[in-house]
Write a protein that binds this ligand. Structure first.
Ligand code: AMP
Ligand code: MG
Length: 346
């Protein structure tokens, strides 16, 4: 009898061990999908032992991004931002907590940059229409009029979640920060689903979740601003961080050999022109990185670098039109130029 129990116990132990072992050695595989939202191409890749779960996670992530777009797009009259804009100068509009949060985060960057970043830039964005069928160079008068309506201090709040723009015709535009927020929300979903390795790429707004499946850091390419999408001038090694770039190549039109791009200087009303053609931020929160990359682009090299050096755990790579590359002090070891026509300038 005792012998029999021993025999069965050993057998059970062997079976359990085998199951545990099979579970452990089950291979991680990559599941990836892409779509077009937030005015850009989105690609999500997750590494998982369960393909179906990976696909479901990506599906939930895309649904969440759609939800954010439906609330925060300035191009949709029925979105919460659309409603705030339609009621500018008239009434308060009740919006969701997360929309208030993002407007407040955007105002934080407006304050930090003395208005170089301004979520009330909407009137100018609409006037230039860059990336839309209405893109054109506005008249001086139009720009002067629009400039009067760009002022984040005229965004008013009431109670927990009511927002109003104090002047008629003012417009909020969260295009400079919402992609980062969406990327942070997707990261949250993936973590909750137990995903340990993923790349979230919302039109060049990248989040690396964990390390690569082989335990090494991810290598994220920095777009060469002079070349077609996918040509990199350098590589940065990261894990569990975000890499977000604002560039003059993302959305623009050409007129008389001049490039008119989508990042507007709220002081002049024209596309920012200070020598910068690309600004990349590396940090933990993609919302912060998005707000900061647009900010630095408008601030210029000197003020931009000063701001980045004053912030903890935030690094940047700035490229100017003469192919000079400025990097913040904490970055040197992790960033490598792979195209020698670019020169590090520190
Ligand atoms: P990004 O590609 O993140 O730099 O964001 C650019 C987008 O932000 C534009 O397409 C506009 O929607 C918006 N934007 C443009 N200029 C500014 C600015 N000075 N401050 C805040 N948002 C801006
Ligand atoms: Mg941005």
């Amino acid at each position: 009898m005792k012998n029999k129990i021993l025999k069965y116990s050993i057998l059970a132990a062997i079976i359990i061990l085998t199951i545990v072992q099979v579970g452990c050695t089950k291979e991680l595989q990559m599941v990836s999908d892409s779509t077009y939202m937030l005015g850009t191409y989105l690609q999500l890749s997750v590494w998982t032992t369960n393909k179906q779960e990976g696909m479901d996670t990506i599906k939930s992530s895309f649904e969440r991004i759609k939800e954010i777009e439906d609330k925060m797009s300035a191009n949709l009259d029925e979105s919460e931002i659309g409603q705030i804009n339609l009621n500018a100068g008239k009434t308060y509009v009740e919006v969701s907590e997360e929309t208030v949060d993002i407007i407040e985060r955007a105002i934080h960057y407006a304050e930090l940059t003395n208005g170089a970043f301004d979520p009330a830039i909407g009137k100018l964005v609409k006037l230039w229409g860059i990336g839309t069928e209405n893109e054109r160079i506005p008249t001086q008068d139009e720009i002067q009029n629009a400039l009067q309506l760009v002022d984040y201090q005229k965004i008013e709040f009431q109670g927990d979640n009511k927002v109003k723009l104090s002047e008629a015709d003012m417009r909020i535009d969260l295009g400079g920060i919402a992609k980062g927020y969406a990327a942070d929300e997707v990261t949250k979903i993936m973590k909750n689903k137990g995903i340990k390795h993923a790349i979230i790429n919302l039109g060049g707004n990248v989040v690396t979740l964990g390390k690569k499946a082989d335990g090494t850091s991810w290598k994220v390419g920095i777009q060469d601003p002079f070349e077609p999408t996918g040509t990199h001038m350098g590589v940065i090694e990261v894990y569990d961080q975000t890499v977000v770039t604002s560039g003059n190549y993302e959305r623009y039109f050409m007129a008389d050999d001049k490039r008119y791009h989508h990042i507007i200087d709220p002081k002049t009303g024209y596309p920012a022109e200070n020598g910068i053609i690309s600004a990349t931020i590396i940090t933990n929160s993609s919302t912060d990185a998005d707000g900061l990359s647009t900010s630095i682009y408008v601030l210029g090299v000197e003020k931009g670098m000063q701001l980045i050096e004053s912030l903890e755990n935030v690094e940047c790579i700035i490229i100017t039109e003469d192919k000079k590359v400025y990097t913040s002090t904490g970055l040197t070891e992790r960033f490598q130029i792979i195209d020698s026509s670019f020169q590090i300038e520190n």
